[in-house]
Write a protein of this length. Sequence first.
Length: 442
Amino acid sequence: MKYTPFHYKTIQEVENKEKELSVHFPLTENTADLFTPIKLFGRSVPSRLGVAPMEGNDSEESGAPSEHTVQRYLAYARGGAGVIWYEATTVVPEGRSGKHQLLLNKETMPAFKEMNERIKAAGKEANGFAPLLVLQANHSGRYSKPHGFPEPLIAYHNPYYEKNNPIADDRIVSDEYLDRLPEKFGAATKLAKEAGFDAIDIKSCHGYLFAEVASAYTRKGPHGGSFENRFRLLIDSIKAAKKYEDDQFYITCRLGIYDGFPYPYGWGSDQENRLELTEPLKLAKILKEDLGIELLNITMGNPYVDSHVTRPFDQGKYEAPEHPFVGVARMYEGTKAIKDALPDLLLMASAPSYVRQFSPNLAAGAVAGKYADFVNFGRESFADPNFPNEIRKTGTLSRRKVCITCGKCGDLIRAGFKVGCVVHNPEFKPYYAEYLKQLKNK
Ligand SMILES: Cc1cc2nc3c(=O)[nH]c(=O)nc-3n(C[C@H](O)[C@H](O)[C@H](O)COP(=O)(O)O)c2cc1C
């Protein structure tokens, strides 16, 4: 491995390394501010800590949450998160990431409703408040596997994604197909509202269809080329969803502001692949000022191709081309640029897990330094769903229980197993053993 794995014992050591690398992400000793209430979606939320969307790959084949799914979310609710951002849920069958990805439709809606009632009750009972629940509506696009094998639906050919395996031209979705999607996301919004969610996220990140259209500079027609064309799908879908908004139910977006590939094959970057946030800032302004979006969840990268950008790691499928602190710093720098330009837009920052027991300090630093209003924890929520209560009670996280960014949860999802923390949750060890066996026999 090119970089020494995370080994820092004090905030000072982390800051020294930041200096050595000439990067910056905020850290504060005092984590109590993470429990300063804030108004979101018409409610007072007592904590700035969120559970990030993390696909568990454990739904029923119908797409309804299984009891396994429900138990996962019950653990998050008891753990004291202020916001639980549900994992990617498909709203059109052909855009499903696998046979066990959650799917919201008329048939599965009652199961979501029942789950949400249990989640809210569990949060109230354990912590005296119900977490806000956000449904993440997604179209998997080029990563669609509705029948368990790849059936990609792409916006354009991207050489960084396809490399030597170009996808057939007939997998490029038509303009008519894209024109019909907003109505479908609108219909899903109605169902999400009926199911008791507090908000729906019209997801545009991580290389899935909406995010891919964002960088469709080379596509011809009404969904490619100009800014207006590339955001037609997202904006029209948000408008379709907005019809269902009221003072109890809101629309939000998990927005990838930097894909990690040079222009014109990545969004939010220049030709040298540096952050270039002119368009992300323009879009954020439109979402806030023209469409009345109250909260954006900011993320970056494509976990299939440059996962070090989305989730800086110590162990992954490849050797990362940069020190993980560079990735953490980029994530927070990008988020702050949006916040500085639009201070009244609420932001949720992503990707704190790499800094392990200092992730509460990073989250608190982000809130205190006005980078974001909330921080959502991804891999750490698999490692310890009780992390918010632990931070509340102790001010920190135990070094022995934190996520070690080993990438095994990511391995499980790609191999089609139920997903969780292989290091800290014994339930997932046999799946990982089976995964290794399959690898050996390949
Ligand atoms: C196994 C796994 C599943 C994920 N599933 C989703 C998902 O469903 N939707 C999403 O927006 N991000 C997903 N992510 C990304 C996380 O939400 C998060 O952005 C990322 O892990 C970085 O945060 P962290 O450093 O706290 O882990 C997933 C990540 C992993 C490792």
